[in-house]
Design a protein around this ligand. Structure first.
Ligand code: GCB
Ligand code: CA
Length: 895
């Protein structure tokens, strides 16, 4: 029955429906979270003996992870082991005749559930949900139940992921729900799903067909005649309804086809019309509602074309967006729903229309937000880098794939199921045994074929995809470009290796060699440490400027090629990867947002290119302070970028007109002379008679070229030796300048060379090692080797000098890093003994520096210097053995 067009009849129907729900409130499923009042113990214990005294356990609230802090300290590694959660669960006596379940949204990665002294369930895999029937073990008489959960995040060769560039945080990190059901209900037994699967076998602008499959559990002991009714609602109005009677045994599958819907409102990014479909179970003879469930429903159809890209509802749509990891600064993966939703909003506010949910299924709140906001998605299971050739590994992978598909089946936002990210990146070492290597590759292809077949069978309405890394020939030879319906490429030309142009060439090569295979750029990105800025951006310098160049090139190359269906920046936000080192240890800095979701310039760049509503924003890397060496006018020239989708942008500084520039590719670039102190930048653009304005106040700290300059009295300098970049400390507003050679009247070094690791394929200077004992890693990572002296011709006064040293060469050779897509093990350590003395203005301050240094550990000291007429400050480095070094120097005037 479809709703008659007569509005009165429709209202009557709504009224009937309302009455229906009203009369049935008593029975239905009851479900609520049980996130509060848990006790937590990190470590293993014997159950139940050691539960007797939990007085020393922590009080915690779920979502919870035990790795919020140890992933960010100087100690390599983080706790991977058992964690125990326990609480008292009060169950009302009148639940005795109900079915009681726990519904876990996710716990990483092996979970065991214990109740009242017994182990009752276990689940493997950290990124999908699961249900546990606790009714049989519960005590309803007193109603007091002991519930304990053991979670474990140790490496397990049979459980994906094996290795990956993200942290495997342990814990009960997503919501836990308690659910009470009637004896007859939608099954809780199908892979943690809701056991309702909605499809739209036919959708056009004129009409849509909706089909629903489901599974009912009947634990009443007798077969029952049941009435299942389905209603489709849109904006509070009943659109269609259909009933069906079934005789239900223990587990009863059913199928319902709903009446055709005329002129459906379509679901698309600009107007994601969201319908709902509610399914209700009652006894056929009437009575209360036994169970009821509501699912989202969107009407859209889509296709990928290898030549022309993606089409939604018959119209071409370039998919541009980002991937998301689920962690957040200092919270690990235990992030409240509100922040997950905020991430989707940030993607939408950027102008993105696609989210790659990578590298694992995420919280339901993410896909719900995508449904509401019109963001298309792909979701994948966490097979990353490699597989284990074992039956349990394959079985776990398939279970994960099924859980992912079934738990997320009804989200209209999802259009792709994926599996195996860069699975040929870390081939196990088979030495010279090429035969064995080929067997491994065959096993990978075999698992891919099995996952592919399973996915197509479970959900024929969506596409399948494998995201590969840039080794085209290998993936193609192994067959991973042929098995899935779509091929994703994670490409980093101009980052891990090669030049930016290599990206464009790769796209054209795919198109030429695989003309039938739709192509998605599933990853591309460059590290951008928001504290680092460079006037001569270089590959791997981590500067905001290099990342901007990179994204400018990549976005254009993708937009220029209609056959590129999609581009997903890696990553929406910076994320934790405990093994990572470099300027911001333990963090992958490829985010368009920082790990606490502050926009970087690259985010504004996408806004300027993707948003249709007028957009204008001054970038400046979100810095509140800049610094530099003053020119003859006592100002510091600096680049100012204004991001806008409007053709012309005007810039004012301190009320003075600086000029008008065209914005090209979303960016208008100005050079501005900053005066000392506060500078107020104002950008404006005229859009259809309306002025759009952005104001950016920023402090400039000027360092005089001649230190006795009376107009800019010398206050302080911070110099990163062996460096060409600027580094800003946000809290103290200190800016570190690149080194410069000494000239009379000014400051700088004499002698030595800029430190570089031998054979590195990365940055041409400095080291990528994380430095212990400091947050100034980038300062210590660069170094002037063989320095003779550092002079600053400061005027007379009382000063403080801080010297920073770190030995950058280790005695032992390094191991390859799991995430390095470029230069594996090309770094060679060339440790040499050294010993030198430091003398300031003729006084020896320290002798024998060198033997006290531990590789990659910060060593520094602060010393007062009294400067009289004309002496300035001279720091001499006097070699005793080997060469001298200096990594950073700070000179500050006290009086
Ligand atoms: C990749 C991986 C991703 C990494 C990224 C990177 O190709 O798929 O997990 O985080 O590169 O930043 O290196
Ligand atoms: Ca340095």
């Amino acid at each position: 029955m479809t709703v008659p067009k007569n509005p009165h009849a429709a209202t009557l129907l709504n009224l009937m429906l309302l009455l229906l729900t009203f009369t049935s409130l008593s029975a239905q499923r009851i479900t609520r979270t049980i996130n509060t009042d848990w006790k937590f113990h990190r470590g293993n214990l014997s159950y139940p003996q050691q539960l007797a005294d939990t007085s020393l356990w922590d009080n915690v609230t779920i979502p919870h992870s035990w790795n919020t802090h140890d992933v960010n300290d100087d100690q390599p590694g983080y706790y991977r082991g058992d964690g125990w959660y326990t609480k008292t669960l009060i169950l009302p006596a009148n639940w005795k005749n109900k079915e009681i379940y726990l519904d876990f949204e996710g716990a990483n990665q092996q979970t065991e559930v214990y109740m009242n002294g017994k182990k009752i369930a276990r689940h493997t895999g950290g990124y999908t949900g699961f249900h546990v029937n606790i009714g049989k073990y519960a005590n309803f008489t007193e109603g007091i139940n002991e519930l304990s959960i053991k979670v474990n995040n140790v490496f397990n060769a049979d459980v994906p992921p094996l290795s990956a560039d993200f942290t495997f945080f342990g814990g009960l990190y997503r919501d836990v729900h308690l659910t009470a059901l009637e004896k007859i209900h939608f099954s809780m037994g199908d892979h943690g799903s809701k056991s309702i699967f909605v499809t739209t076998p036919e959708v056009t602008a004129a009409k849509a067909k909706v089909k629903l499959r489901g599974l009912i559990s009947n634990n009443s002991g007798t077969a029952e005649k049941l009435l299942i009714s389905c209603t489709i609602n849109y904006k509070g109005k009943l659109i269609a309804t259909q009933n069906k009677t079934v005789k239900a045994g223990l587990e009863e599958p059913f199928e319902i086809s709903l009446p055709e819907i005329k002129n459906p409102e379509l679901w698309l990014p600009d107007s994601p019309a969201l319908y709902t479909i509610t399914t209700t179970i009652k006894h056929a003879q009437g009575g209360t509602v036994l169970d009821q469930m509501t699912m989202p429903l969107g009407f859209r159809w889509f296709k990928f074309d290898a030549g022309k890209g993606f089409f939604l509802n018959g119209k071409p749509l370039k998919l541009i967006g980002a991937s998301r990891h689920q962690d957040y600064k200092d919270m690990a993966n235990a992030v409240p729903d509100q922040l997950a939703v905020r991430d989707v909003e940030l993607l939408k506010e950027m102008g993105g229309n696609f989210l790659r949910v990578a590298h694992y299924p995420q919280d339901q709140s993410v896909l719900e937000a995508c449904d509401r906001m019109g963001i298309l998605c792909s979701v994948e299971i966490p097979i990353v880098n490699a597989i284990t050739e074992s039956e349990p590994f394959s079985a776990n992978s398939k279970t994960m794939q099924l859980e992912m598909i079934k738990q997320n089946f009804n989200h209209p936002s999802v259009i792709i199921w994926a599996y195996m990210n860069e699975v040929l990146l870390r081939l196990p070492s088979f030495g010279n045994d090429t035969v064995r290597r080929e067997i491994y590759l065959k096993n990978v292809a075999q698992l891919a074929r099995e996952l592919e077949a399973l996915t197509r069978k479970t959900d024929p309405s969506r596409y399948t995809m494998i995201p590969n890394h840039g080794n085209f020939n290998l993936y193609n030879r192994v067959g991973l470009t042929k098995i899935p319906m779509l091929v994703g490429w994670n490409l980093y030309q101009g980052w891990y290796s090669g030049k930016l142009q290599g990206f464009a060439d790769f796209l054209d090569m795919h198109h030429k060699l695989l003309p039938e295979k739709p192509l998605l750029v599933t990853e591309y990105g460059a590290d951008a440490d928001s504290r680092i800025q460079s006037n001569q951006p270089l590959r791997f310098d981590k500067s905001i400027e290099y990342a901007l160049n990179y994204h400018q090139f990549y976005l254009k190359a993708m937009l220029d090629r209609p056959f590129v269906a999609a581009g997903m920046a890696w990553n929406l936000a910076d994320f934790s990867s405990e093994e990572r080192m470099e300027t911001d240890p333990h963090i992958n800095n490829k985010g368009l947002l920082t790990i606490d979701r502050k926009p970087k310039d690259t985010y504004y760049f996408y806004q300027a290119n993707l948003l249709t509503q007028p957009f204008l924003k001054i970038g400046m890397g979100n810095r509140k302070v800049i610094s530099g060496i003053a020119n003859a006018n006592n100002t510091v020239p600096q680049t100012v970028r204004v991001y806008s989708n409007q053709p012309l942008v005007a810039l004012l500084a301190n009320g003075k007109n600086i000029g008008t520039k065209p914005s090209s590719g979303g960016v208008a670039t100005f050079t501005l002379d900053f005066k000392a102190g506060l500078n107020t930048l104002q950008a404006t653009t005229n859009t259809n008679g309306h002025m759009l304005t952005d104001i950016y106040p920023i402090q400039a700290k000027l360092v005089p070229q001649q230190l006795n300059n009376t107009e800019i009295p010398f206050e302080a300098i911070n110099v990163s030796m062996g460096d060409t970049r600027y580094f800003t400390e946000e809290l103290s507003k200190q800016v570190w300048l690149p080194e410069q050679p000494y000239v009379k009247g000014s400051w700088g070094y004499t002698g030595g060379t800029r430190f570089a690791m031998a054979d590195t394929m990365r940055l041409s200077f400095g080291s990528s090692k994380a430095i212990s004992g400091t947050h100034l890693d980038p300062i210590y990572q660069t170094q002037r080797t063989g320095i003779e002296n550092f002079k600053a011709d400061v005027p007379p006064g009382e000063y403080e000098v801080i010297l920073h040293f770190a030995e950058l060469q280790a005695k032992v050779q390094p191991q390859a890093l799991a995430y390095d897509l470029g230069s594996v093990a090309t770094i060679k350590e060339e440790f040499k003994e050294r010993s030198f003395d430091v003398e300031i203005n003729g006084n020896t301050i320290m002798q024998g520096i060198g033997s006290n240094l531990v590789a990659a550990n910060a060593f520094s000291f602060k010393t007062p210097v009294h400067v009289t007429e004309n002496t300035g400050i001279t720091v001499n480095f006097l070699p005793v053995k080997g060469t001298t070094i200096l990594n950073g120097i700070q000179i500050r005037r006290i009086y």
